[in-house]
Design a protein around this ligand. Structure first.
Ligand SMILES: [Zn+2]
Length: 64
């Protein structure tokens, strides 16, 4: 293992430091106003963009 110059620990760590980023595309749902990921159906009410696309929510009764 002599050719490891292009896989240095510092470079790998620098590259992987960007992998832990979480999506920050939170928007407000137009139907219920809850936090929703952009381009995704609302996890609370299942509405996507003015109820054009109705998606059945995974959890019908949220008891939070
Ligand atoms: Zn909603």
């Amino acid at each position: 293992m002599s050719r490891t110059s292009h896989h240095a620990k510092s470079k790998v760590g620098r590259r992987r430091s960007q992998l832990a980023r979480k999506p920050q595309h939170l928007t407000a749902c137009v139907n219920c106003g809850g936090p929703t990921l952009a381009h995704k159906a609302c996890p609370q009410c299942g509405t996507y963009k003015k109820a054009e696309k109705k998606v059945v929510a995974k959890v019908s009764k949220v008891a939070k």
